[in-house]
Design a protein around this ligand. Structure first.
Ligand SMILES: [Zn+2]
Length: 450
């Protein structure tokens, strides 16, 4: 079924930042036309067409969340108020070690449901060590566009036995997953190798990944490489003590850098490291809520962008946020920037682009998604602009960034498919997903003895 979305205010996020009242015609998985509503030019072909009236609403590119952990959604509310390394060792790792394929499916479905209802259409996800097929499969079934990959952990203090793997096994299992999943579901699913962070991975592991990353045959459609770096001040101290340098400097010397590498956080980056990341084209993901909740600090987004770094936004995991709401991250990023770089920094339109087209650039998929343009894949959301909390302004970016919320999203399309209609997911049953998550979370905590 093709879809005609009528009379919406289309926020394109194209190079000119065009905003116009128009009809959008979705044919198959692509945007076929964006025409001014008044001109009535939109061709309605003989095929079946679903018509959606978007009067009073904006039509926006779907949000791109470039750092999340679907495997942690079950841990929401069970790891509050702890600093990063304690949070990992006392709660997250023992709980991840207690996952089964069933609990991973329940966790992924809950996170996917939450994010997609809020207008998220693309994610970059980091899994846990075992059972990653369950997460990849949940992504494929939910209709989302996703890069995901198993966490790689071949070292580290305080890592539970069940999560500790040999370098060889970690690489073998990751290669198997990449070979099987990369490009699946009509190209909606991509693989992302995920060495967790420098304290849980050996130099050998990173060097092996670098050899895959810089292999001559690597094309733009190749897997991504996803890790955490420069997150928390205590973590930085530990890394310096153990390894003698900062994580980003070591990763560079081991060959782990470049435009297929996406690193979460960057809160602790020095100006020299920011310049270097820009030169090497290594991408970073700003996760404002997680950085605040774990006491990591505030990333210097304004400075990073001024120095030419490619940035995106992400909610990180449910236990360090605790929502996975792209609206909260976008608003928080804009507000925090006022504190670090002054009131005029990261203005509303700029923050909105960070949550959409800049995310797509970060994941290397901006040729397909991230903006509403004829020929691109139809990944978009319809958002009510007329809630009491958003009226009476007629500045659409002001509404979207500072006033709108996830419950204003009524419809979401990914690859031309209606994955959310009238605030309901069309492929995941809300009650069943929540019920399964409650049961699986209780069993997981019992297994972990928490
Ligand atoms: Zn993370």
């Amino acid at each position: 079924v093709d879809t005609l979305i009528r009379n919406g205010l289309v926020v394109t996020c194209d190079a000119k930042g065009t905003v116009k009242r128009a009809n959008i015609l979705i044919e198959g998985n692509r945007i076929a036309q964006i025409d001014k509503a008044s001109e009535q030019k939109t061709r309605v072909p003989a095929r079946m067409v679903r018509v959606i009236d978007a009067e009073g609403a904006a039509v926006i590119p779907g949000f791109v969340q470039s750092h999340v952990h679907l495997c942690q959604t079950l841990m929401r509310g069970h790891a509050d108020d702890l600093p990063l390394l304690d949070w990992l060792r006392e709660r997250i790792w023992p709980l991840e070690a207690a996952h089964t394929e069933k609990s991973l499916t329940a966790s992924a479905n809950l996170g996917l449901l939450e994010m997609m209802l809020a207008g998220t259409t693309s994610i970059l996800d980091m899994g846990t060590v075992h059972g990653q097929d369950a997460v990849m499969s949940a992504c494929a079934t939910s209709g989302i566009r996703a890069f995901s990959g198993k966490a790689m952990m071949d070292a580290g203090e305080g890592v539970p036995k069940a999560l500790r793997e040999t370098t060889k096994h970690s690489l073998q299992e990751s290669d198997r997953l990449a070979k099987y999943w990369h490009g699946k579901a009509d190209g909606r699913i991509g693989y992302a190798y995920a060495p967790r962070f420098i304290l849980s991975c050996t130099e050998k592991l990173f060097r092996e990944l670098a050899s895959r990353l810089h292999a001559p045959a690597v094309a733009s459609a190749s897997p991504l490489f996803h890790s955490h770096a420069a997150e928390h001040p205590e973590e930085r101290k530990t890394v310096r003590k153990l390894l003698g340098k900062d994580d980003v400097d070591l990763l560079e010397s081991w060959g782990f850098f470049g435009d297929r590498v996406v690193l979460a956080h960057g809160v602790q980056l020095t100006e020299r490291q920011m310049k270097r990341a820009a030169e090497l084209r290594t991408r970073f993901v700003h996760c404002p809520s997680a950085n605040l909740k774990l006491g990591s600090g505030i990333a210097q987004v304004h400075k990073m962008q001024a120095l030419g770094m490619q940035l995106a936004l992400g909610a990180d995991g449910a236990p360090c946020n605790n929502t996975m709401d792209p609206w909260v991250e976008m608003r928080s990023a804009a507000l925090l920037s006022k504190i670090t770089a002054g009131t005029t920094s990261l203005a509303a339109e700029h923050a909105f682009r960070l949550a959409t087209i800049e995310g797509a650039k970060t994941l290397g998929i901006a040729d397909r998604v991230g903006s509403l343009e004829v020929g691109k894949r139809a990944d978009l959301a319809i958002v009510r602009l007329d809630g009491a909390h958003a009226e009476p302004s007629d500045n659409v970016y002001s509404k979207l960034v500072y006033a709108c919320r996830s419950t204003d999203v009524t419809d979401v399309f990914i690859d031309g498919n209606a994955v959310v209609r009238s605030r309901e997911h069309t492929l995941l049953d809300n009650d069943r997903v929540v019920h399964a998550a409650r049961a699986a979370s209780k069993q997981q905590r019992d297994r972990a003895g928490l």
